[in-house]
Design a protein around this ligand. Structure first.
Ligand SMILES: O=P(O)(O)OC[C@H]1O[C@H](O[C@H]2O[C@H](CO)[C@@H](O)[C@H](O)[C@H]2O)[C@H](O)[C@@H](O)[C@@H]1O
Length: 262
């Protein structure tokens, strides 16, 4: 007997079924890419990621191949993505959908309210009390990182949950990070907003991402008759396909251009 939503009395399997590799993005597709863990390997510090030398050009070439239907959708701020990738004419949404920019546009549109300064101050106090954790303040979210002190995870999450509850904020738990966000925007809403633009409308959306914070986007592309691509080890996910890691993602992007990995 099958398990799943259509058989609610049967427990879901503990080990999710494996996912096939994704199709190559091509004519009629729109491509959305997460950044950390998808385009670059996770590093010890947000500023320590290494961008492969050929990556910005690869992304721009794909954007041209897809007639402009490509965007990076990240939890990072746009300023941080701009620093990492340099001046590329590619659409980008940052701060988990709080900042939205079309390709070539100078200014971003704000789709969220900034996190109140009192909340950021409280996060700094929590970070100091836990031995000096990194607080990353972004235009529309604030993150507390515990990669340096994994043993602080439960204390970080408890404090972040309490702040989120008291202030009416959304909480995202990513890779060794807890992020507080004003409710109303996430990666799924950013994808939906791109897909409503004339250049994207009607295309099949594909979203590649590694983290649980990408699940909103996986669900959004599924609603729009596309599919998510989980990057990394198998887990319970709304994604439809899977790639093993960053290297395999680069190879997949290069293959879409008919090239060897750069
Ligand atoms: O949505 P993404 O593009 O995947 O961004 C998610 C978060 O990425 C960054 O933090 C993560 O990557 C860091 C560098 O590898 C790592 O040190 C950290 O532990 C990870 O959580 C970024 O700093 C966050 O702002 C993003 O939300």
């Amino acid at each position: 007997m099958k398990a799943g939503p259509e058989h609610p009395l049967v427990p879901a399997p503990l080990v999710p079924a494996p996912l096939a590799p994704p199709p190559l993005p091509g004519a009629g597709d729109a491509l959305f890419l997460d950044f950390d863990g998808t385009l670059v390997e996770i590093a010890a510090h947000p500023d320590a990621v290494r961008v492969a030398p050929g990556l910005p050009a690869l992304i721009e070439s794909l954007r041209i191949r897809l007639e402009g239907r490509l965007a990076i959708v990240s939890g990072r701020s746009l300023a941080s993505l701009d620093r990492a990738l340099g001046p590329i004419a590619v659409a980008m949404a940052g701060s988990h959908g709080g900042e939205f920019r079309e390709a070539g546009a100078r200014a971003a549109i704000a789709l969220a309210e900034p996190v109140p300064t009192a909340v950021v101050a409280r996060l700094h106090a929590v970070a100091a009390a836990l031995g000096g954790l990194l607080v990353e303040q972004k235009p529309f979210s604030a993150a507390i990182h515990y990669r340096d002190r994994p043993e602080a995870e439960s204390a970080v999450l408890a404090a972040a949950r309490e702040l989120a509850r008291a202030e009416g904020l959304a909480l995202k738990h990513g890779k060794m990070v807890a992020e507080l966000i004003m409710p109303g925007s996430d990666k799924g809403s950013a994808v939906a907003r791109y897909m409503a633009l004339p250049g994207f409308a009607g295309a099949r959306p594909l979203f590649a991402g590694d983290d649980t914070t990408d699940e909103d986007a996986f669900a959004a592309v599924a609603r729009l008759a596309g599919g998510g691509i989980l990057v990394g080890p198998m887990r319970h996910t709304a994604a439809r396909w899977r790639l093993d890691g960053v290297r395999e993602t680069h190879a997949w992007l290069a293959a879409a251009l008919g090239e060897e990995p750069r």
